[in-house]
Design a protein around this ligand. Structure first.
Ligand code: 5GP
Ligand code: ZN
Length: 112
C-alpha cells in the first residue's frame, strides 16, 4: 500500500519519533503549527475518522490511551488540543488516520 504514514511507521521514511508502543506511533510534524506538534497514529492502517468501525476502534482507543503519556513527555502541563482532519472538507492531506497533538502555547479559540 502506498501510504506515507505506513512507510514512516515501518521506518522506510525517517521521522522524529516521540513515542511508540505495540499499537501506536507518534512523531513530530514536519511543518509544526505550534511549539509542540506531534502526529499520533495507529500502526494499523485506517484511512481516516470516516473509516473507524467496531472492528478497528481498539486502535483508536490505544491512540487516546497514549496521548496523555505523550503530553507528559512533551511537558504539556497546561493543556493541549487534539485534532483530526477528515476527508476533503476537513482538509485531510494524508489518508492514514492521525491525531494532531498541539500545544506549548495558548491556542486560538476558533476551531473553524
Ligand atoms: P492532515 O493535513 O492530513 O491533517 O495532516 C497531515 C500532516 O502531516 C501535516 O501537518 C503535514 O505537515 C504532516 N506531514 C506531511 N508529510 C510529512 C512527513 O513526511 N513527515 C512528517 N513528520 N510529517 C509530515
Ligand atoms: Zn497507512
Amino acid at each position: 500500500m502506498d501510504c506515507l504514514f505506513c512507510k514512516i511507521i515501518a521506518g522506510e521514511i525517517p521521522s522524529s519519533k516521540v513515542y511508540e508502543d505495540d499499537k501506536v506511533y507518534a512523531f513530530r510534524d514536519i511543518n509544526p503549527q505550534a511549539p509542540v506538534h506531534v502526529l499520533v497514529v495507529p500502526k494499523e492502517h485506517i484511512a481516516g475518522a470516516d473509516s473507524i468501525t467496531a472492528e478497528n476502534s481498539s486502535a483508536v482507543a490505544a491512540v487516546f490511551e497514549a496521548i496523555p503519556k505523550i503530553a507528559d513527555l512533551e511537558g504539556l502541563t497546561n493543556g493541549y488540543r487534539v485534532i483530526t482532519n477528515c476527508g476533503e472538507d476537513g482538509c485531510q492531506s494524508v489518508r492514514h488516520l492521525h491525531f494532531h497533538l498541539v500545544g506549548g502555547k495558548k491556542l486560538p479559540e476558533s476551531m473553524a
